[in-house]
Design a protein around this ligand. Structure first.
Ligand code: SF4
Ligand code: SF4
Length: 223
């Protein structure tokens, strides 16, 4: 069993790396379209109709129309590639689902139209204790204990049979069909999507970093 702590630490380290790389690359693209008569940076308050203002408008267009579109398309590619991998029925995700929300909070969210909460509550029920959940995946519980500041609630699905089959497979909700829907999800080694995670994790980190940076520029460029 791989050490989940080191997997998470590696993921964080990699994110810092790609974040700093992405800032540099984005700044290069911004500078490439900078008018020669502008000395200030992109966050300066420029007068209307000045070269600086036109540059800011061009940068915002680039962020919204080119870069954000590229990010979206890359995410779609990753999700498309997921179809080449398959669940092998290890049942860990049916046996242990974690949420930052208690059953009562999930109920409220579902009543307020949160579709994920609605689906979650249609299958999962809470474990009677954390120790029960620990029996399923001890390393994961330990990792959460070390890294999560907020409370985490543990759930399992009673539709799982004693031989780890889904007793309502044809009607399982979308969240079951889509799991894992993100290569950054921590997966047990038994999961059939580990190879997909391995292959797509770096690109997903890069895309997450780009989203944060693009949002930052969009908020800070004065118009
Ligand atoms: S409904 Fe089936 S697939 Fe979904 S969590 Fe329950 S047992 Fe697993
Ligand atoms: S953890 Fe992965 S392989 Fe196991 S049941 Fe869930 S999706 Fe399938």
């Amino acid at each position: 069993m791989k050490d989940l702590d080191s997997i998470l630490a590696h993921q964080r380290e990699k994110f810092r790396e790609v974040f700093s790389y992405s800032v540099t690359e984005l700044q290069k693209r911004i500078d490439e379209i900078k008018p020669k008569d502008v000395q200030e940076d992109i966050f300066t308050e420029f007068p209307q109709d000045s070269s600086g203002k036109k540059w800011q408008i061009a940068v915002l267009n680039m962020l919204e129309n080119d870069i954000s579109k590229d990010i979206y398309l890359k995410f779609q590619e990753i999700l498309k590639d997921r179809k080449s991998y398959h669940c092998n029925g290890c049942a860990t995700c049916c046996n242990l689902a974690c949420s930052e929300y208690s059953p009562e909070e999930l109920k409220k969210r579902a009543e307020n139209g949160d579709n994920f909460a609605k689906q979650f509550l249609s299958i999962f029920i809470p474990y009677s204790s954390k120790e029960e959940a620990r029996k399923i995946y001890p390393e994961y519980i330990e990792l959460l204990e070390k890294n999560k500041e907020n409370q985490v609630y543990f759930y399992h699905c009673p539709k799982l049979t004693a031989d780890n089959r889904c007793s309502d497979y044809e009607n399982r909700p979308q969240i079951c069909q889509d799991f894992p829907d993100n290569p950054l999800t921590l997966l047990p080694e038994s999961c059939g999507f580990c190879k997909w995670k391995e292959k797509s994790e770096n690109m997903t980190l890069l895309l997450h970093a780009m989203i944060e940076i693009v949002e930052y520029y969009k908020q800070k460029i004065p118009l």
